[in-house]
Design a protein around this ligand. Structure first.
Ligand SMILES: [Zn+2]
Ligand SMILES: [Zn+2]
Length: 380
């Protein structure tokens, strides 16, 4: 019997009350079959349709087992509303017990959800988007510049895999709460006006579990974890939050999955730093290189060193811009590498170097580098 069959009123089709005996059903069917038999109504499509309907109804109601099942289904839908053509029941959950089958294509979770939200579920509004999930990851500096695929382990609460979220032991189903009759609410009369509060027996769930699932102790919820691969785009900065659409918690009732937000931490690099789209590097130079001019090698991020021409008389701390060696921007273009030259004072001098420096001191004795500073200080 398909889920659709439960929406048909077979008793009405045969014109008998629900309390009819098997004999009464048989009698009603015989009368109707005689009336609508195609042989007696040659060429009438209406008769043919009617004959099919009453035969279908009789086939179900004349079979004790099928009739019982049909009655149970009808009473469930009478309470919770008609079933919708939908997803199949949770496969593999609950052993041989198929919730999808029992509830005519709806998982038991749908029915519980309907009760929990207070009343009949509205199929159109039941689709629920999954929650957004936030996690974090730490990347080496180089990977943050180039982009990298990382494995993220996400832990979250979801339906218990053993009982498929029902909270009931395998092979059993929760019972409709006897105290609130499934509404999850209890009314208290307080001197003339009623107060509605969550049912104490079922704690507002509308269902009670007589035989709790051992895995989740009847809560129906369990922590689970999954590992997903996430592509971190090139150029991500420390502290940045990356949105990965559709990788959050799964939706319910065909709802869309939520989004995953990954907060990225970037470890410092011993060589390169970063300002905006530019990479920075400090390049040691000697005083003669700045004074006389030189060609110096500057390292680039994961590439060959580039040669930078330092002009004669370059001040210490001068920044040289190397285009195209920085951080990749969203539009695919690249920032620059900013190389700062910094004079290194030798800690040890060989004889020749010492002699040369002493000569230099004598040669430059007339040019006091502090003269300008002292003059300005006096003026101030
Ligand atoms: Zn209750
Ligand atoms: Zn469970």
């Amino acid at each position: 019997m398909s889920a659709k069959d439960y929406q048909k009123d077979y008793y009405k089709t045969l014109g008998v009350p629900k309390t009819s005996t098997a004999a009464e059903i048989k009698k009603a069917y015989r009368e109707l079959a005689r009336k609508w038999h195609p042989d007696a109504n040659k060429g009438s499509t209406e008769a043919e349709e009617r004959f099919k309907e009453i035969t279908e109804a009789y086939n179900v109601l004349s079979d004790e087992k099928q009739r019982k099942e049909y009655d149970e289904q009808r009473s469930v839908f009478g309470r919770f509303g008609a079933p919708t053509a939908g997803r199949p029941g949770t496969p593999g959950a609950g052993g041989n017990f198929d919730f999808g089958d029992l509830f005519g294509g709806e998982g038991l979770g749908d029915v519980i959800g309907g009760i929990f939200r207070g009343g009949r579920p509205n199929p159109a509004s039941r689709a629920r988007r999954g929650a957004d999930v936030e996690t974090e990851t730490t990347l080496p500096f180089g990977d943050s510049i180039d982009g990298v695929t990382v494995s993220l382990r996400l832990t979250g609460e979801g339906p218990c895999p053993v009982c498929a979220g029902t909270g009931a032991k395998t092979g059993t189903v929760p019972k409709v709460c006897p105290d609130c009759h499934g509404t999850g609410q209890q009314s208290r009369n307080l001197g003339g006006f009623g107060l509605s509060e969550p049912c104490k027996t079922c704690r507002g769930r509308g269902l009670v579990v007589e035989d709790p699932c051992a895995e989740c102790s009847g809560s129906g919820r369990a922590m689970s974890s999954r590992t997903i691969q996430v592509r971190i785009p090139a150029g991500v900065a420390d502290g940045q939050r990356i949105k990965i659409p559709g990788k959050g918690a799964p939706g319910e009732h065909a709802g869309k999955a939520g989004d995953l937000y990954v907060r990225v931490h970037v470890t410092a690099d011993p060589v390169f730093g970063r300002t905006g789209d530019n990479l920075t590097v400090t390049v040691p130079v000697t005083m003669p290189e700045l004074a006389l001019g030189a060609e110096i090698k500057v390292p680039t991020h994961r590439g060959a060193a580039v040669t930078v021409r330092v002009p004669t008389g370059t001040p210490n701390g001068q920044v040289f811009r190397v285009p195209g060696r920085g951080v990749r921007r969203k539009d695919g273009t690249l920032g620059a590498l900013l190389a700062t030259v910094e004079v290194v004072v030798p800690q040890e001098l060989n004889k020749k170097a010492r002699s040369a420096l002493e000569d230099l001191r004598i040669a430059t004795a007339d040019a006091d580098p502090r003269e300008e500073l002292l003059r300005r200080a006096r003026q101030g």
